[in-house]
Design a protein around this ligand. Structure first.
Ligand code: NDP
Length: 296
């Protein structure tokens, strides 16, 4: 194996420590405690685990955590009223509505009701537009985490060829915008892309956000490239449950220069960046300098 393993777990621990440091200083110097409100509607088991982890991480860095668990049958008006209340609450600097919402609720309508300044997931249409036009915004957590790891590994990204496989609104598209913002030459590939292997092989930076277990294999990776595997796929192998990425790790690591593992790569960075975004939102709301190195 030749590739350097990018340790997302250690990187995320470092980001969380930096956030905790800033939070302590905000409290000591200004008497301000950043607060994150998480809204969970329904009983989706995976969502419940995510919300629990977010709560624990928020408390751990010294922030206030406000959890709102609503029954699956909650109506639109009731949910929107809660968001209005959180928008108006000065103790709440970040609002996250856990997705997916139950089918009878319109996710777009709900997300776009969040005050864009408190939209720590970066999914509000205003933040999407600000990112797309290169302006200061709240940036989606998963691509922000990928960007931080890439900057750390490469230093400057300008001029590098980046290929993002996947064009979802939560990962692929914002990832491509962020890489463009750092002056990469960006290609976005998707299910209709012709000769995906050839496209991937041009990449100095290859980001896989496809949702297909181990689809990107070593023969699609340019020797020495940096491979960021966003995928989280639960599969069964040899009768055992296993978590794998969108990249076939062994074959890709044999040719790549650096690679993120699954688990322990991009995954831990997502919650760390949620905390970083909450801190950023709090600093902006109070007219204070933003934390360095924790924003796009
Ligand atoms: P989506 O299903 O929304 O998007 C998948 C994208 O992959 C689509 O753009 C699709 O193309 C493209 N695609 C599908 N099949 C192929 C193919 N054969 N060749 C090329 N492109 C293909 O997924 P998400 O973006 O939400 O998530 C992607 C992965 O990242 C998943 O494994 C998910 O679990 C993981 N994830 C991990 C997070 C983390 O914290 N680490 C956070 C969020 C997601 P098209 O548009 O043409 O259909």
């Amino acid at each position: 194996m030749t590739a350097k393993v990018i340790d997302g777990k250690a990187f995320a621990a470092n980001v969380r420590a930096q956030v905790a440091d800033h939070v302590a200083r905000l409290k000591a110097d200004h008497g301000i405690t950043p607060g994150l409100a998480v809204v969970l509607v329904g009983e989706d088991p995976a969502s419940k685990v995510y919300v629990k982890n977010k709560h624990a991480s928020t408390i751990e860095v010294g922030m206030s955590s406000f959890e709102h668990r609503l029954p699956a049958e909650t109506g639109e008006a009731e949910l929107l009223a809660l968001i209005d209340k959180l928008n108006a609450d000065p103790a709440v600097h970040g609002i996250l509505v856990q997705l997916p919402l139950p089918g009878h609720l319109n996710s777009e309508l709900v997300i776009n009701r969040i005050d864009p300044a408190k939209d720590v997931d970066g999914f509000h249409i205003s933040n999407v537009g600000l990112l797309g036009t290169g302006q200061k915004s709240m940036v989606p957590c998963t691509p922000l985490g990928c960007l931080m790891m890439l900057r750390d590994h490469h230093g400057k990204l300008a001029g590098l060829n980046a290929v993002v496989v996947g064009r979802s609104n939560i990962v692929g598209k914002p990832m491509a915008q962020l890489l463009l913002g750092d002056s990469c030459t960006v290609t976005i590939a998707h299910s209709r892309t012709k000769d995906l292997a050839e496209v991937c092989k041009r990449a100095d930076i290859l980001v896989a956000a496809v949702g297909r277990p181990e689809m990107i294999t070593g023969d699609m990776v340019r020797p020495g490239a940096t491979v960021i595997d966003v995928g989280i796929n639960r599969i069964e192998r040899d009768g055992k449950a296993k978590l794998v990425g969108d990249v076939h790790y062994e074959s890709a690591a044999a040719v790549a220069g650096a690679i993120t593992p699954v688990p322990g790569g991009v995954g831990p960075m997502t919650i760390a960046c949620l905390l970083a975004n909450t801190l950023t939102a709090c600093c902006r709301a109070n007219g204070l300098a933003e934390p360095k190195g924790l924003t796009a």
